[in-house]
Design a protein around this ligand. Sequence first.
Ligand code: THG
Length: 258
Amino acid sequence: MKIISERINGQFNDVSKAIDEGNKEIIHGLAKKHIDAGADILDINTGPGRKNAAEVMKWLVETVSEVTDIQLAIDSPKIDVIEAGMKATKNPLMINSTTAEQEKMDKLFPLAKEYDADIICLTMDKAGIPSEPDKRAELAMIMLSNAMMHGIAPEKVYIDPLVLPVSASQMQCANLLKAMDMFQALSDPAPNSVVGLSNVSNNTKERSLINRIYLSMLMSHGLTSAIMDPEDEDLMNVMKTGEILLNQKLYADNYLRG
Ligand code: THG
């Protein structure tokens, strides 16, 4: 499993304040802490409601790149914001994200190719997020084939079935697992997959427990990466134990410490 840290996100008060004040130390500290905790990739997101999102993204990416060479996932629904982030670093990149909308794919797949970036593909289009699993798989197939037409290797494509809060759309949590099963049949080897895990527990009282159980379920349906909080040690232990039980990592008595 690849761990993508969700923490460099303007949705968190300390990050939002650091952006407002131009406080690089806060961002440096969070980046280092999350890499130490086990993040393989850092997701960079300016948070909601910023008019100058491209400028903020550039600052965040530059600031994080001052303390690490690891891969950065540039997270924005806006193409110009993604581009501003990609230009601001020499670190390996992941685009977060395209949808199955043709205009977005036509801009973002060439950008992924140019920067040799991985790319997250959300299973949604102009009509929104479909609830039927086979419709999600169909959108995944459309994005996979568009990526291939642009000469992007399938292992660089990460399909995101879009996790919704269990408190808002309970049926979607089970439907999403069925969609994950269908993704496994789209290519050989199957495409990579990713979820924004903490979405599932928004507005609930048992956030960590719900995140843990859902991560375990998703892993058994083929999940290969997650945007999540590596500082949640119980969650990381679920991930590591899942890797052992799915025979992805070799068991050793000290596997939680190793
Ligand atoms: N898919 C992809 N990218 C994504 C998401 C996804 N990026 C954004 C998001 N979803 C994943 N990142 C987060 C980051 C934080 C939270 C959830 C998902 C979160 N934050 C606390 C909250 O809202 O309660 C903030 C608490 C605080 O302020 O301290 O839960 O699905 N590709």
